[in-house]
Design a protein around this ligand. Structure first.
Ligand code: FE2
Ligand code: FE2
Length: 395
């Protein structure tokens, strides 16, 4: 197994690790000397990397999609982590496990595929069920569907990401469809399964994530539409009008002409599919942005171009608030003795607030009360000195 992963490397500590080269540029310093500007990655993420010195000896020895062994350290530059490389050399691809270098869904694709098929088997419309089975029984489609990411960068950009996105969307469809009268749940679900199916051929995901020539030239909505035509040839009795509705859902799911849809959604299931697809993509995008922002201090993430905003790291924000309140609630030391003021004789001292214990997860959920009279350290920490005073007065 590869060690360490990018996600395990602490900033400002020398590190040695193997990465896949996602991009490589040779640039020039003001002095005219070359330097390397790279994007390196493994299954836990990717990072900008720069090599400033001794570049001439290594710059021709490796290329994009090669594996490299690097020595250097992560530093925070312009509020973003950057790997400064001191030494590097190319590594033979036969000596590494490719699975270590691609971000992968946390769920087993086979398990997700079985779950998806179980949900689809509950569809009432036999024609739609047959159509979806034609896709999922196709060995080449199924193999790629289990492997494909949902995007190169923006959301679910990891192996198995497309299947995870579709499974999530099918579950959302099952929840939302009964809420609106007249929605055909089976049509909505069929649209969810097929809306991004063209991505299995739009994206390449063998050595790094990118676009195939077909993907660049046609895009996944058109590729998906073409795949639909191939399968419909095997179903001559399929309702022509239902077929047109499904085709419209695939073509309109991006919602707006400027986002690549030739038509905007023109009936309720198509509109719902567009919004649920957008919701699922944005929720995952926000989750990943927060999860991958661990090098930045404070409670705001870096700017996300895809979400067009910075995002609040809620747990850090609340934890900082608790710390501030603890600092305010902490009693002042007795100036003469240097000890905390003692409780009056015969009266038990009120529990003193304590800083949070290291290693405990920071959570925004309300604390459970455990000590007598229904308050404890955590409660005092949360509500501050006013509550502590009030409780002391009551005692
Ligand atoms: Fe799409
Ligand atoms: Fe999608």
């Amino acid at each position: 197994m590869k060690s360490p992963y990018l996600g395990e490397i602490e900033p400002n500590k020398p590190a040695t690790a193997t990465f896949l080269v996602h991009s490589k540029e040779v640039r020039q310093k003001k002095t005219g000397e070359p330097y390397l500007s790279l994007v390196l990655g493994d299954r836990t993420g990717e990072i900008d990397a720069k090599m400033w010195d001794n570049v001439a000896e290594v710059m021709e020895t490796f290329d994009r999609h090669d594996y490299v062994h690097v020595k250097g350290l992560i530093q925070i530059y312009n509020n973003r982590p950057q790997f400064t490389i001191h030494r590097m050399h190319r590594v033979d691809a036969a000596t590494v496990d490719p699975a270590d270098f691609f971000p992968t869904s946390q769920r087993d694709p086979e398990e997700m595929f079985v779950e998806l098929r179980g949900l689809l088997s509950q569809m009432q419309n036999a024609d739609l069920r047959t159509l979806l089975n034609l896709f999922l029984d196709d060995e080449q489609i199924a193999a790629r569907f289990k492997k494909a990411p949902a995007a190169k960068y923006i959301h679910h950009a990891y192996l198995g990401g497309l299947l995870e996105h579709v499974l999530s969307l099918v579950k959302l469809c099952r929840l939302i469809a009964p809420h609106y009268p007249g929605i055909d749940a089976d049509l909505l679900i069929a649209g969810a399964v097929l809306h991004d199916i063209g991505k299995i051929y739009e994206l390449s995901y063998d050595r790094s994530f990118g676009y195939t020539d077909e993907g660049q030239l046609l895009g996944h909505t058109v590729i998906g539409y073409r795949m639909l035509q191939e399968k419909f040839q095997q179903l001559p009795a399929f309702s022509r009008r239902l077929r047109t509705l499904l085709e419209h859902m695939v073509l309109s799911h991006h919602g707006q002409l400027e986002f690549g849809s030739p038509k905007v959604p023109l009936f309720p299931e198509a509109l719902l599919l567009h919004y649920l697809d957008d919701l699922d993509a944005k929720m995952e995008c926000m989750r990943a942005l927060i999860a991958n922002d661990r090098h930045n201090e404070g409670h705001w993430t870096n700017y996300s171009a895809s979400l067009e905003r910075v995002v609040l790291k809620k747990l850090e924000y609340l934890a900082e608030g608790r710390k501030e309140e603890l600092d305010v609630a902490m009693p002042q030391p007795d100036a003469s003795s240097g000890r905390a003021a003692e409780a009056p004789e015969g009266q038990a001292a009120a529990p003193q607030p304590q800083p949070p214990r290291p290693g405990l997860p920071l959570t925004s959920s309300p604390p459970r009360t455990s000590s007598r009279k229904g308050h404890d350290r955590t409660t005092l920490g949360l509500f501050g000195e006013k509550l502590a005073e009030a409780l002391q007065r009551r005692e």
